[in-house]
Design a protein around this ligand. Structure first.
Ligand code: ATR
Length: 292
């Protein structure tokens, strides 16, 4: 039972809709573990109410928030300062309200750090790796930025809609040295052409997410090389059909729970200045996700 008083520090999650988010459970478990008088509340905000909701955080004494779909880009214009990652990725998922400069909004993006830490935790260091990223939305942008930071050898973005894929590459190409970021359409031919020459494949799309658990972007007639690592950002179910196919092919797999936890841990540290209890956060999430 969470005890809230006038002294309790408030953080929240702004999104629409947000019924199924694991973040409140994850963060409240972390606050309890460290004995902090903090509480994390879901704040469903319709897109047309965003202009009132952001300044409203100051009035309501919030110290920080997470931002999720569909507001990650839209909140940027209300920020007084943006971190380098938020600027380059073009999205904010974490806001800190700085007490010393009342009403100062600091917009940050912890998705890239979260992704990288989830790989490292799974003994997958992308430095020097040849990587394929499936999808070109907001999550893909964070993944590509993280791969650039980690000095991946090359990244090919495969996306259904050419315009969106090309836009991502145009936007982020400068974060990579040596022209190592490319786009190709997401087709059977492109997947075939990879021909085992890839070290890591990351699905950043929502294909395969509950309740659509029988969907998969990788056609069954195209082999999944056993020496390639397959990573899915989807965490519900824990093992998507994409990962199940990869595992059946003998490949190493990494699910999306690690990224959820580590982006949350980085946000927690940004707000509280304390080391996040990652194991407790993972345990809080594990009780909520399903196996396919
Ligand atoms: P997010 O911010 O979570 O990444 P998004 O911005 O809506 O979400 O991006 C979703 C990505 O998943 C896009 O790259 C989208 O491809 P399109 O640009 O062609 O729309 C991709 N995606 C979603 N459903 C897909 C599907 N059924 N097949 C292929 N790609 C899909």
């Amino acid at each position: 039972m969470i005890n809230i008083t006038g002294k309790t520090s408030l953080v929240g999650l702004i999104g629409w809709p947000i019924e199924h988010s694991l973040s409140p459970k994850m963060h409240n478990a972390a606050f309890a573990e460290l004995g902090l008088d903090w509480v994390y509340v879901p704040l469903p905000v319709r897109p047309d109410n965003l202009p009132q909701a952001i300044p409203g955080l100051v009035a309501l004494n919030f110290v920080g928030v997470n931002v999720t779909v569909p507001h990650k880009q839209a909140v940027m214009r209300y920020m007084d300062e943006l971190s380098q990652s938020a600027q380059t990725i073009g999205a904010v998922n974490t806001i800190c309200l700085r007490a010393e400069g009342k009403g100062k909004f600091y917009g940050h993006n912890t998705d890239a750090t979260g992704f990288l830490n989830s790989l490292l935790e799974a003994d997958c260091n992308p430095q020097g790796m040849r990587v394929v990223v499936l999808g070109a939305g907001g999550a893909a942008r964070a993944v590509v930025f993280a791969l650039a930071q980690a000095k991946a050898d090359s990244v090919i973005v495969l996306n259904r809609t050419a315009q969106r894929g090309a836009f991502l590459v145009d936007d982020l190409v400068e974060t990579f040295p040596n022209n190592a970021l490319h786009f190709a359409p997401l087709t059977d031919e492109s997947l075939m052409a990879l021909d085992g020459q890839i070290d890591l494949v990351v699905n950043t799309t929502s294909v395969g997410m509950s309740p659509h658990v029988s969907s998969c972007l990788w056609p069954t007639n195209i082999p999944m090389p056993a020496q390639t690592i397959f990573c899915d950002l989807v965490y519900n179910p824990l093992e998507t059909l994409f990962l199940a196919q990869a595992r059946a092919a003998g490949a190493k797999t990494i699910n999306g729970l690690g990224m959820l936890i580590h982006q949350g841990a980085a946000a927690f540290e940004c707000w509280t200045g304390q080391t996040a209890p990652v194991a407790v956060m993972r345990q809080a999430c594990l009780g909520e996700v399903s196996v396919r």
